[in-house]
Write a protein that binds this ligand. Structure first.
Ligand SMILES: C[S@@+](CC[C@H](N)C(=O)[O-])C[C@H]1O[C@@H](n2cnc3c(N)ncnc32)[C@H](O)[C@@H]1O
Length: 252
């Protein structure tokens, strides 16, 4: 069954997104990624944890010709398949991408607010490295924290625990998985702006959303994003976009 609080969030965002900053964020991140290699667009791209498919459609709109999206959630994939029939959406676990796709298949791999849900990020990065072409680009857009600060426990709209990325640990894991970090752009102030706007929109239009969704869904979205905003404003968590290039040297 479709996650109704995530659907409410995408309505609130005016697009099929469950990541901070919606289309604005995807545009900023894709522009930066393509500045590393504009020829990426002619090859296959994979959005891991694609949710309702809005980000994959943004990849297509940006000129990527072969766009794939995978997600664990069958209801989200069914929604994406119906809404965006030109793209390729499949129910799959990011940890098994190497069983699903040929080695060195993708020139571009993105994860928008997905890594925070993953505990074994080192393993996932290795799996993504295997299906990436040599010199392929990886983009991770997510919550971050400093190594020294203990991460307070928050849950997402699916009631799953959230694990912000420790920047230092992530950089080491990327290196081990043969990803060369190209850039890390801090986006904390953008996250704060986006979440303030989101909460303002929710409070001014809550009567409209309560006609389509339950009061519990509205309250859950408000509570989750109020907590996230508070963590960001206090500097406990941050937001960042991390860009890396694949270092594998086998022939594609
Ligand atoms: C916050 S949502 C973000 C969805 C989408 N990236 C977006 O920006 O709209 C996180 C998504 O990651 C998916 N996910 C979490 N772990 C995954 C895994 N191991 N493999 C594939 N998808 C995963 C969840 O099912 C969920 O749809």
């Amino acid at each position: 069954m479709i996650n109704s609080s995530r659907l409410l969030l995408s309505r609130l965002r005016g697009g099929d997104y469950a990541h901070a900053g919606d289309r604005e964020a995807t545009h900023i991140v894709l522009k930066q990624a393509l500045s590393f290699d504009s020829s990426l667009k002619n090859k296959a791209a994979l959005d891991v944890g694609c949710g309702f498919g809005g980000t994959a459609q943004d990849l297509y709109d940006a000129g990527f010709t072969h766009v794939h999206g995978i997600d664990l959630d069958p209801a989200a994939i069914l929604y994406a398949q119906n809404k965006y029939p030109a793209l390729n959406f499949t129910v799959a676990d990011g940890f098994y991408v190497d069983k699903k796709y040929p080695l060195s298949h993708f020139s571009f791999v993105s994860l928008f607010n997905v890594m925070y849900a993953i505990q074994d990020t080192a393993m996932l990065l290795k799996k993504l490295s295997a299906i990436s072409q040599p010199k392929g680009i990886l983009v991770i857009f997510d919550y971050t924290c400093e190594k020294s600060s203990p991460a307070p426990f928050l849950t997402d709209l699916a009631d799953k625990p959230m694990y912000p990325l420790h920047r230092e640990i992530l950089q080491e894991e990327l290196k081990q998985a043969r990803w060369d970090v190209l850039d890390i752009i801090d986006m904390t102030s953008d996250y704060i702006r986006w979440y303030r706007e989101l909460l303002k929109k929710l409070s001014t239009s809550s009567f409209l959303f309560e006609q389509e969704f339950s009061a519990q869904d509205v309250s859950k979205v408000r509570k989750t994003f109020t907590m996230l905003l508070s963590h960001l404003e206090q500097g406990i968590w941050g937001g960042a976009a991390i860009y890396a290039r694949n270092q594998n040297d086998w022939e594609s």
